[in-house]
Design a protein around this ligand. Structure first.
Ligand code: ME8
Length: 649
């Protein structure tokens, strides 16, 4: 058997420093559509994505959250609502997922770094910068705030830090040649930008190790240094295939990558630094780097600090995963920036999916049911009016494929929608409702219906990479399965059986009421403004936890403490037989009368404490949260059936 041709495609690996937004989703959904298309065409596809987990930024965020960097990234990558969940929700069909903290990657990067060092392409030098002594931090000139330390605002002084450098300058010429010949970097406009802005002014050697923080891959032959995060990150594309490690064995099969899909701001790393390092390693170069544009809001990039990030979870929940995938790829030319707005999203769904595609499916299946009881008759009668539609059924595939192969996803979709719109027009031209009135026109009516089903079949095959779940449902509705829904048959007419049977089903894309949806979105966005719960504290051992004696208590009496606005005095039955007194500063939230008789929880073995002259022997447990700057407190109360003295564990 002939071996399938391989196709290796990657997305950037994402920083797990915050929740991902619709801009990140855009990149991954686009890559997914290309990967699905290539699989359809018969390629043996390897689609890689992952997370880029090292670096100072993550180290600082973890510190601020009071957790270890590993715990911090674990939560964002594998935690609920994290990156893996998002890709599952968005129906991303990646074949592999790499985390740069995976052991095999760490070890392979150490070997790579050593190889370039042994070759003389990495050398030890000094990184000149500004130093803040109290903070013990190195800064570059551009990181300073008004010439002072950006962290503490104090004076900085010139300093040097020992660091390793990669001889990027040595590769300036071959990299320029690579960029200027062929189609290594696309869109072509990005080539000039790279050559004129970065290579021609002179490529300087690149600092590839740091000693000012520790959250990175250690340089194993020089403790104290960690590998620069971009060196670590870029090699993911090879280590994930098994390069210099035993975890996988696919390097020979898939490397070099057919295409790296990346956002425009990281084109420089992928089209200059990456090929230079590969040249140094004497490894084959990827065939293409494609730099897509950004989704912007009011002309500016989405960013957490600007508060304009759009949550893909909210949009997918309100409008459906396929509708969101479709909108992203149909609306914006892949190589350029696109202005995101909720209005545009809703109007695209209504126009293309509800009106054009959804209506074509529902009108066609409804008519086949109404006029033929669901199954077409075999006898058909052609008419010259069919010719244009039939020709489009045959020719759209070629035009679509040309655009898909050039990664012009929006233009590929344009071809499909041309066919869908033509089919809708054909319904009006043929007026099946008139044909249906005349029994002798049944064969003609059957022909019209058949042509519509064929137009739908080929359109849906081409839409499958974009809206896979909806296409599966639509195929079932139009009675298409097996070979008929294959790529191979997407440019042929006459594939569905003559007696094809339809199954009218649920509406695929209900029309969205713009005003109502915008109002709902507004509400949900504000719901997201609510403060997030505090980060989880560092781990305690089970033994430490077990030393806290927490028990169920019944409130026997409760009264306000004189001269105190906050304190309530409780007498509690803790199950021991003698009453226990606890003071609690919760008067702002509860009146004493409402608590008598309640079943509460207290920690009993805290050291006794005197408050307003009274002893408190323990503490009542409450749930606390800050909402809009106000503290909210809820005393923990249990069902009255839980007996006093029951221990919490
Ligand atoms: O850059 N519109 O990670 P990242 C479109 N870890 N694309 C956007 C976008 C937007 N508004 N915002 C972000 C990194 N992206 C590195 C990559 S690869 C070896 C290392 C895209 O999480 C962005 O352009 O900051 C980039 O391609 C991707 O999301 C990941 O960004």
């Amino acid at each position: 058997m002939e071996e399938k041709k391989t196709f290796y495609i990657t997305t950037p690996i994402y920083y797990p420093s915050d929740k991902l937004h619709i801009g990140h989703t855009y990149c991954t959904v686009a890559t997914d559509a290309i990967a699905r298309y290539k699989r359809q065409c018969g390629y043996d596809v390897m689609f890689l994505t992952g997370t880029d987990e090292h670096g100072q930024k993550i180290e600082e965020k973890a510190k601020a959250a009071g957790v270890t960097p590993q715990a911090f990234v674990d939560r964002i990558v594998t935690g609920e609502g994290g990156i893996l969940d998002l890709w599952k929700l968005m129906n991303i069909s990646n074949d592999r997922f790499i985390r740069t903290t995976d052991d095999y990657h760490v070890e392979a990067v150490q070997r790579i770094f050593k190889k370039m060092y042994d070759k003389g392409d990495i050398y030890k030098g000094a990184y000149k910068g500004k130093y803040c002594t109290p903070c013990e931090s190195f800064w570059t000139e551009s990181q300073l705030k008004d010439g002072k330390c950006p962290d503490c605002g104090r004076e900085v002084h010139d300093a040097e830090e020992e660091a390793y450098f990669f001889r990027l300058s040595k590769y300036a010429k071959p990299v320029q040649e690579l960029l200027e010949s062929g189609s290594f970097l696309e869109p072509a406009s990005r080539v000039n930008e790279m050559v004129n802005n970065f290579i021609k002014p002179g490529l300087e050697d690149l600092c590839v190790s740091r000693t000012s923080f520790t959250w990175g891959i250690p340089v194993d032959f020089d403790p104290g240094h960690v590998v620069y995060v971009w060196v670590d990150a870029l090699f993911n594309y090879c280590t994930a295939m098994g390069f210099l490690n035993d975890k996988y064995d696919d390097y020979d099969k898939y490397w070099p990558a057919d295409v790296h899909i990346v956002g425009k701001e990281i084109v420089r790393f992928h089209s200059i630094i990456w090929p230079a390092m590969l040249m140094s390693m004497e490894m084959p170069l990827p065939k293409k780097v494609y730099g897509h544009g950004w989704l912007v809001i009011d002309g500016g990039k989405m960013s957490k600090s600007k508060g304009n990030v759009v949550d893909p979870y909210v949009l997918a929940d309100m409008f459906g995963v396929d509708a969101l995938r479709f909108f992203l790829l149909r609306t914006f030319p892949f190589g350029s920036d696109g202005n995101f707005s909720n209005e545009l999203l809703i109007s695209t769904i209504n126009t293309d999916l509800a009106n054009d595609l959804g209506n074509l499916v529902s009108r066609t299946t409804a008519m086949v049911e109404k006029y033929f009881g669901g199954a077409l008759i075999a006898e058909r009668e052609a008419d010259p009016i069919d010719d244009e539609l039939v020709e489009m059924i045959r020719s759209t595939k070629g035009k679509y494929a040309k655009q898909m192969d050039a990664l012009q996803l929006h233009l590929a979709l344009e071809e499909v929608f041309r066919l869908i719109q033509r089919a809708n027009k054909y319904i009006d031209e043929c007026a099946p409702w008139v044909l249906a009135k005349d029994e002798s026109k049944k064969p003609r009516l059957a022909s019209v219906m058949y042509n519509l089903l064929e137009a739908l079949r080929v359109s849906l095959v081409m839409l499958t990479p974009f809206i896979p779940q909806s296409c599966e449902k639509a195929f079932a509705q139009i009675g298409a399965s097996g070979k008929a829904v294959s790529w191979e048959k997407a440019g042929e007419y006459g594939v569905l059986p003559a007696n094809v049977t339809v199954h009218k089903g649920e509406t695929l894309f209900p029309r969205i009421d713009m005003a109502k949806a915008l109002e709902e979105l507004e509400k949900r966005e504000h719901a997201n403004d609510a403060p997030k719960a505090k980060p989880v504290l560092p781990d305690v051992s089970i033994d430490e936890f077990a030393r806290c004696d927490m028990r169920v208590c019944k409130v026997l009496t409760c009264e306000a403490v004189k001269k105190s606005e906050k304190l309530l005095k409780f007498t509690l039955d803790d199950g021991s037989g003698s009453p226990r007194q606890i003071l609690s500063g919760i008067h702002k939230f509860y009146e004493p009368e409402e608590l008598v008789g309640k079943t509460v929880v207290a920690i009993l073995n805290l050291p006794p404490r005197k408050m307003m002259g009274q002893m408190s022997n323990g503490m009542l447990l409450s749930a606390v949260r800050e909402v809009n700057g106000q503290e909210e407190l809820h005393l923990i109360m249990l069902d009255d059936s839980v007996p006093a003295g029951s221990q919490l564990c």
